[in-house]
Write a protein that binds this ligand. Structure first.
Ligand SMILES: C[S@@+](CC[C@H](N)C(=O)[O-])C[C@H]1O[C@@H](n2cnc3c(N)ncnc32)[C@H](O)[C@@H]1O
Length: 293
């Protein structure tokens, strides 16, 4: 299969998000299927774990909050597990939340597999429990803090993202966010939502009714709209959308991971993590997308 040719990425320049450069990539299938689901889930998990490995080499400490933490596919593709297994194990505190009882059993088994680590498992709607989790996890502590928001589509309310961004810590930096924006099935999910309750859930996810222009918009436009909000509404210094592909570079984009941070070294570390965890080892002339920062 011919891959589209693009310039190789340079080191991150978060606002160099070129519009439309993936327009030659076919749109995603309407429903994810298992092998592809495993591939992109593994990419997501590897990206988060590799980034945190690099960041913790700088900070030497940190608290990791995962609001939607249950495994989507299997243990190999599970972000919480990969982050816990990362060496050096300098992330000190973990708060893992999931609404599902089955997922919570798996999270408890994960905690049991890591005796000696400070791991808190919360069975809750993260949107409802976020204030409490933040107080317990970070109240009064000056520690690097990261929060993974790996929702399937519309589960993470914008009000929750606002609470995370506005949480007051002694640290100079806001909580760093890894926010997953669905792409592969987003149009279908929006089109299929017609009940008042469903429309209200989308409005809660987006934080108002202005989500409607998302329908039919090119995915790069959607990713930019949302990244802009992380900077303009939430005050993050950097907000960079990173593409997670269905099967590898040049295949449909299933998710964007929007990385919102105030830390000046963070975008560069994410670029390194992305190259190794998502793009993989590349020969010098391999074509790479440049529209991700
Ligand atoms: C996409 S999966 C998470 C995948 C996981 N991060 C991984 O690496 O495999 C989404 C998870 O969110 C959970 N969930 C859905 N709504 C939730 C809510 N309101 N609060 C907390 N968890 C929720 C689901 O039970 C599911 O386990």
């Amino acid at each position: 299969m011919n891959m589209p040719r693009h310039r190789p990425p340079t080191d991150p320049e978060p606002f160099l998000f070129e519009m439309g450069s993936t327009s030659d990539v076919p749109e995603a299938p309407t429903m994810p299927h298992e092998p592809a689901l495993r591939l992109w889930s593994r990419s997501k998990a590897r990206l988060i774990a590799e980034y945190l490995r690099l960041f913790v080499l700088v900070t030497k400490h940190g608290t990791y909050i995962d609001g939607f933490a249950g495994p989507q596919v299997d243990e190999d593709c599970w972000s919480a597990r990969r982050v816990l297994e990362t060496e050096p194990d300098w992330l000190r505190h973990f708060h893992l939340c999931d609404i599902s009882a089955t997922a919570v059993k798996q999270l408890e088994a994960l905690r049991a597999a890591h005796p000696g680590r400070d791991i808190h498992v919360h069975q809750a709607d993260f949107n409802a429990r976020v204030d409490e989790i933040l107080d317990v996890a970070l109240g009064g502590k000056k520690e690097a803090a990261f929060c993974l928001l790996d929702q399937r589509t519309f589960q993470c309310r914008w009000a929750t993202v606002e609470k995370l961004a506005r949480f007051k810590q002694p640290s100079a930096y806001k909580i760093e966010l890894f926010y997953f924006l669905a792409n592969g099935w987003l149009d279908r999910a929006m089109a299929a939502t017609t009940t008042p309750g469903g429309l209200e859930a989308i409005a809660d996810w987006w934080g108002g009714d202005s989500w409607r222009p998302l329908r039919g918009a090119h995915h790069t436009v959607r990713a930019r709209m949302l990244s802009d909000r992380f900077r303009n509404e939430l005050g993050y210094r950097f907000a960079v959308p990173w593409q997670i592909y269905e099967r590898g570079q040049g295949t449909p984009v299933m998710y964007y991971m929007i990385h919102a941070t105030d830390h000046p070294v963070a975008p560069g570390l994410m670029a390194r993590a992305y190259r190794s965890a998502v793009l993989g080892p590349s020969p010098p002339q391999l074509d790479l997308f440049t529209d991700m920062g």
